[in-house]
Every structure is written in C-alpha cells, then in structure tokens.
Design a protein around this ligand. Structure first.
Ligand code: NAD
Length: 270
C-alpha cells in the first residue's frame, strides 16, 4: 500500500506551498491535518482538484488528542512521515493574557503529544517546526547561541523542542528553526514586512514603517528554500536525527528592503 505523509497545518501559508511541492516533486499521498483557524479550504481546494486522490483533509485541532490518535491509529503502517507545521504563529499577540495560555497549549503541549502519538503509531520520520524567534534577535546565529525568546511564541517553541528526546533507532526526528518566511504560496500571508511591501506596491498603497526599526538586521527564509530544507531533512534524517537546525536564506534591514522596492519601482517607471 502507498505510504502517506501527514502535514499538520497543511492549509496555512507554508503548509500549502509544501503540499504543492510534495504533489509536484514526489508521488506521496498527503493527509492535511488543520483546524482551519488560519488555513482555508479555498487555499487547499484547488490543489485537491488538480491532483485528484492525492490529498485527504482531516479537519482536526491538534489539542484534540483523541481525534489525532484515531487518525494515526486508522492509518497505522500507512503514515510513515509527519511534518508538523500547525501552530499559533502571530508571535506578538501571544504575549497577551489568554493568548499566552492558548499558545502554550497548541505550540508546546499539543506539539509534544502529537510527536509522542506519532512514535506510538510507528511513524518513522518526523520533522518538527520550531523557530529562530527562540534566540530573540541577531544574525549569523549558531544553534548553540543563547535562547532568549521575547514572546510566549518563542518560549513555547523552544520548550516544544523537548520532542527531540523521543529520537531512537525506529523514530527519527529533527527540529527545524526557520527564519521569517517570505514568498508566494496558495495560502499567501502578508504578516511579514517583505510580503506586505510587495502586496502594497502591487496595489500602489503606501507602507508605514517605524524609523527605529529601519536598521535592525533580520533573517528571512524563502518558502521554496524551506520546502527543499524539509525535503532534505526527511531524506537525510538518519544523519541528523535528534538535532535542531537553523534554516535561513538571507539577512536584510528594513531600509535595504524598502530601497530595493524603490529601485524596483523606478525601473518599472522607465
Ligand atoms: N511565518 C513565519 O515567518 C514563520 C517563521 C518561523 C517558523 N514558523 C513556523 O512555521 C509553521 C507554519 O507557519 P505559517 O507561517 O505557515 O503559519 P500559518 O498560520 O499560515 O499556518 C499554521 C496552520 O496551522 C493551523 N493551526 C493553528 N492552530 C491549530 C491547531 N490547534 N490544530 C490544527 N491546526 C492548527 C492554522 O489553521 C494554519 O493553517 C508554524 O509552526 C510556525 O510557527 C513560521
């Protein structure tokens, strides 16, 4: 029987791009698990129609461990890989009272439970998604740099890396720490400055930025690069199991991003 890959958060910004990558570049069947709190059926629907029979949708909340377990049990022996992307992602909102508790429940507790259940139901390869936000700030950071998360989001992701302790000969697991995503996907999101600048430029809408934020260097990651990184992690997991690895495409200041946009506008004017 054909093996399946379970992609949690597969209806979101990165998730839809990764699902598209799997459909185009592999012959895998995919189960998209998502509670559709941010993801949308209309992001994933066109892919489902274009590749009939390749995508199954499981509308489940990862906090609902009974339903998650039911799904893994039903597909035992079929799901051999899991890529875990589902999370509450708006980092700064997670410092608000109430949102902090929800963030810990989803991004740490449910994430750890999911990995434990995956191991119980004999999944072989598991990619856990963490974040560079656990370092607070800086560029050219190495994985052993100080962890000083500024948000509950970063703290929850850092603590969720406990899942690496589940690694053994039968269950290979790696945590990837991606930088801020940029680029197009079927579930395109404008929460990052580069995407927002591009979307506003396309509609000729002005962009307001704080002077104080202009020179801070930030790390970014193209969605396409991260799809390749996740595929690389799955293909090479025997060599990297148990590790947490940063994933970054480039560093930039807001100033350089805005000037880049200004140069692009100038070129198109001629
Ligand atoms: N966006 C970034 O710049 C960035 C940077 C570093 C790491 N990450 C991580 O990458 C992953 C994907 O992020 P994204 O930008 O695609 O975010 P996103 O919000 O677009 O996608 C997350 C998906 O998870 C789903 N989800 C949320 N809570 C859920 C729950 N309780 N049960 C089931 N599904 C749930 C949402 O509906 C959404 O489709 C996340 O783990 C995020 O923390 C994102």
């Amino acid at each position: 029987m054909a093996k399946k890959i379970l992609v949690t958060g597969g209806a979101g910004y990165l998730g839809t791009r990764f699902v598209e990558h799997l459909l185009k570049d592999t012959d895998r069947s995919i189960i998209v698990l998502d509670n559709f709190s941010r993801g949308r059926y209309n992001f994933i629907g066109p892919l489902k129609r274009k590749y009939p029979g390749r995508i199954e949708i499981a509308p489940i909340d990862i906090r609902d461990s009974n339903h998650v377990e039911e799904l893994l049990k039903k597909n035992q022996g079929q799901i051999d890989e899991v890529v875990h992307l589902a999370a509450i992602v708006d980092a700064f909102s997670t410092n608000r009272e109430g949102k902090d508790v929800e963030c810990m429940a989803v991004n740490r507790d449910a994430a750890i439970k999911l990995a434990e259940l995956a191991k119980k139901y004999r999944v072989k390869k598991y990619v856990h998604t963490s974040t560079v936000s656990l370092y607070s700030q800086g560029e050219n950071l190495t994985e052993d740099a100080d962890k000083k998360p500024l948000s509950t989001y970063g703290k929850a992701k850092h603590e969720s890396e406990k899942v690496l302790g589940l690694a053994d000969d039968n269950f290979k697991i790696v945590a990837l720490r991606p930088a801020t995503f940029v680029g197009w996907s079927p579930g395109f999101a404008t929460q990052t400055i580069i995407n927002l600048a591009c979307a506003r430029a396309a509609y000729d809408i002005p962009l307001q930025v704080f002077d104080t934020a202009l020179e801070g260097n930030k790390s970014y990651l193209y969605l396409g690069d991260h799809c390749k990184a996740m595929q690389f992690a799955l293909d090479n997991i025997d060599k990297i199991s148990g590790q947490a690895l940063n994933v970054v495409s480039f560093h930039a200041t807001q100033n350089s991003i805005i000037n880049h946009k200004a140069r692009a506008q100038k070129r198109s004017a001629f």
